[in-house]
Design a binder for this molecule. Sequence first.
Ligand code: ADP
Ligand code: MG
Ligand code: MG
Length: 539
Amino acid sequence: ADLLPLDSLVVNTAFLKVQGIDREELRKQRLSQTLPVPKNSSTVREALGDTFESLCEQQPIGRKLFQQFLLASDPQCAATAEFLEELNSWSFAADETREKVKRSILDKFCQPQSKSYLSYLTGQDADRRRTSPDMNFNDVMMEQMREATRDFLKGKPFSDYLSSPFFYRFLQWKEFERQKISDKYFYMFRTLGKGGFGEVCAVQVKHTGHMYACKKLDKRRLKVKRGEKLALLEKQILEKVNSLFVVNLAYAYDNKTHLCLVMDLMNGGDLRFHIYELGRRGICMERVVYYTAQIITGILHLHSMDIVYRDMKPENVLIDGKGHCRLSDFGLALELPKGKMICQKAGTTGYMAPEILRQEYYRTSVDWWALGCSIYEMVAARLPFIDLREKVQHEEVTRRTLEDECRFEHKHFDAPTRDIVSRFLKKKVERRLGCRSGGGDPRNHAFFSDINFHHLEAGLVPAPWVPKADIVYAKDVEEVRDASEVQQVELDAKDERFFAEFSTGAVPIRWQKEMIDSGVFDELNGRGSGAVLQSSMCG
Ligand code: ADP
Ligand code: MG
Ligand code: MG
């Protein structure tokens, strides 16, 4: 019964094969490529308008070039660059080695006789250091030193950087980043899933070999269903978030028929698929705890930006090649107005919180309710208020959600799981876990006693389950093919303006990361530096 139809086999093989790509071959194809010269002064001005944080810390290529600049300038700057690197490895060091790493940092940078002594760390910090010869610094002091270092760098080093060849290099990369993106930029592979406005398929960037998922939104269907505003909102939210636990956007572009969102490829399938489609129903407890911890980290990231997700459910949580999961599908997400509540029915039946169903005002509480439903579903392979395969009216689900108590009949519910689910499923917002007075931070719950959130947030906790490299974790292509008819509707100038607003091309942080990870940065950065670089310095 499990024999795949031939065309599925073909597309699956192509899709799996391309992921084991030959990087050397790609490198040869790139040999003639060089960085463009920044054409117009607007790129320059745009970049100059940016802050130190954006230019030297957040943008990956900017960060690298600033670091290279520091290493190439005076010894004090070089020592600073080294110091920041080592400080980073200290913050994520395993508990056993943390103390050792800290001591070596202090020896190297805080001793006046050391070659790498950071002399700007004078004043208060230095005084305190002298009075504590055993160097029993605490973490707060390390952070203070980081701050002092940033203050130092924001001054003369930063202004020197802006007139250096390294910054000119950065502008060249920014010019490259601004290239127009079209279908030609990618190879297309099999469809992975179907959404409300079109298919999601696997794509590969031709010149880097990087794999992404491309969510296509049919322009005409968007217009007919008045989905344009929502599509733009989804794009703007995706572009804004930058988290290991949220699917990140790399490119937004359009072609004749579709708007395209190119994002992290999650080739391990969605959690719904893992609960229901892989033989055994439900997911084992170790994985449930791990996924829930990552989901919570993602949700907290969104909430910290005043974004409410509103579509928390296993189907929207996707697993990547390493077995980590991320939130996806921001079609219902909303940036909350500061300090205000909203009242708007949105969500999926079975996951909607009582306050939504009662049409009351709410903020982020609804995501914690939906998370409770999702944990329940991962364990029991059914929803708290809808039985497996039960056909039930919305009204009845609403009634049960508002009136019934959740029951835990499934044998896999242990005490901490029952407790955390019950706390997320409190009908009163003020008593719900995650909400302001509902018992504090969900991360402190006994359910997570085996999780080190500090390491998890840095992506350092290996997944309990990793997808196999020779399996495609998606339904058959036939099942996910988008077979609906193309709508007959005229697109006018207003639509075109909207499409242009959507199609902003590469998203800087993602794109720069792709250049670095694929080796293209190192390759092009070392090329043709000399004469060209000196003579075309920006004035
Ligand atoms: P919609 O908003 O229309 O529901 P989704 O964003 O949920 O569309 O995408 C539809 C389906 O496509 C998902 O259920 C999933 O199976 C697949 N999919 C979406 N994004 C990705 C991705 N980044 N990687 C792999 N598959 C994806
Ligand atoms: Mg979806
Ligand atoms: Mg959606």
